[in-house]
Design a protein around this ligand. Structure first.
Ligand SMILES: C[S@@+](CC[C@H](N)C(=O)[O-])C[C@H]1O[C@@H](n2cnc3c(N)ncnc32)[C@H](O)[C@@H]1O
Length: 323
């Protein structure tokens, strides 16, 4: 850990001080700590995080995790005197951290984010901190966490190899790393779209392309989601690395009741996402009229789809070697 970066414990930040963590971009409230992550940090965005959180729970079979979490966080280990710790990076509204603190009351859960969006009343074993994780050194000691979870936050990190290197440093030997990210390439009728004009969802594809272009301009590697497992494996510190993916329906077309619920939640979350991208597009040099045109065309495809839209979710879990 370097002495330069210290996370701020949210409980110690006064309510009048909280305002300095926000700025307005393109009519939405965004974080002020990191200029690369220009997605909103406001009430509307919290609704999107809530839909997303519920959707992922359905996808993971009514659980918040994959891998041997029950073993790693077992009460027996705590009873033997081990202090068990979980870190949730880019925690957003903190729903995952709160759920985990409820499910594992003997474990200390810390959620970290750029913006103070988390509720004031939380389980006693749950705390929130403010910190920009887009840094060469994370402000946490080596070998200190049993489970590290980073979900849907890769667009706030420039140097992903270094980020993964740091996660590995702070993870305990035998600890579990879980990474969950959406692929930014749209899927139409079961295939990644190679010709947007012929995809049946040209507006949806144009917005996805523009999102990728703007993130790339800001130094974000948009190929990280599909390569996370390979990147973790390359670090050489893990015994097992497993990357899986699932194509998540976006819309009301699935016949299976569980997939239909997933599709509904994904559709509602995408409907909010289309508007949430606005500040990023506006601050990447696009004129307001262009941004409005992109958003309207994407909304048309979402509201009147001619094909089945889906998004690929990548899920990695890896266990850090004990040796
Ligand atoms: C799309 S939200 C996902 C929230 C939550 N992880 C979930 O899956 O529901 C991404 C969150 O990551 C946070 N984030 C992005 N880049 C970050 C960074 N460099 N440091 C800390 N937090 C970051 C954002 O502020 C935002 O709250």
């Amino acid at each position: 850990m370097c002495a330069r970066c210290q996370p701020a414990d949210l409980a110690s930040v006064g309510s009048d001080e909280l305002a300095r963590f926000f700025r307005t971009v393109g009519g939405r409230r965004c974080n002020s700590l990191n200029g690369r992550y220009i997605m909103p940090a406001d009430e509307e965005e919290l609704k999107r995080f809530d839909l997303f959180h519920r959707m992922i729970r359905f996808v993971l079979g009514n659980k918040n995790y994959v891998g041997p979490v029950q073993d790693i966080l077992s009460p027996d280990r705590a009873a033997r005197g081990d202090k068990l710790r979980v870190l949730d990076l880019g925690t957003g509204g903190g729903l995952w951290a709160i759920d985990m603190a409820d499910e594992f009351p003997h474990v200390d859960v810390t959620g970290v984010d750029l913006a103070p969006l988390q509720p004031p009343v939380v389980p006693l074993n749950c705390t929130f901190e403010l910190c920009d994780l887009d840094s060469n050194c994370l402000p946490y000691p080596s070998n200190s966490y049993d489970l590290i979870h980073a979900r849907n936050m890769h667009s706030g990190i420039a140097d992903h190899p270094q980020f993964l290197h740091e996660l590995t440093r702070i993870l305990r030997p035998g600890g579990l790393l879980i990474l969950i990210e959406f692929d930014l390439r749209p899927i139409a009728d079961g295939k990644f779209t190679s010709h947007p004009a012929k995809s049946g969802i040209p507006g949806w594809c144009a917005l996805a392309e523009e999102l990728q272009r703007c993130l790339t301009l800001r130094g974000v590697d948009v190929t990280v989601p599909e390569r996370m497992g390979e990147m973790v494996h390359k670090l050489g510190w893990y015994d097992q690395v497993l990357q899986q993916h699932a194509d998540i329906p976006v819309g009301f077309y699935p016949k299976d009741p569980t997939l239909l619920t997933v599709g509904q939640l994904a559709w509602m979350s995408s409907d909010l996402l289309v508007l949430a991208i606005r500040p990023l597009l506006l601050s990447s040099g696009l004129a307001e009229s262009q941004v409005n045109g992109l958003i309207e065309a994407a909304q048309r495809d979402l509201y009147y789809p001619l094909v089945h839209i889906a998004s690929r979710l990548h899920v990695v879990h890896a266990i850090k070697s004990r040796y």
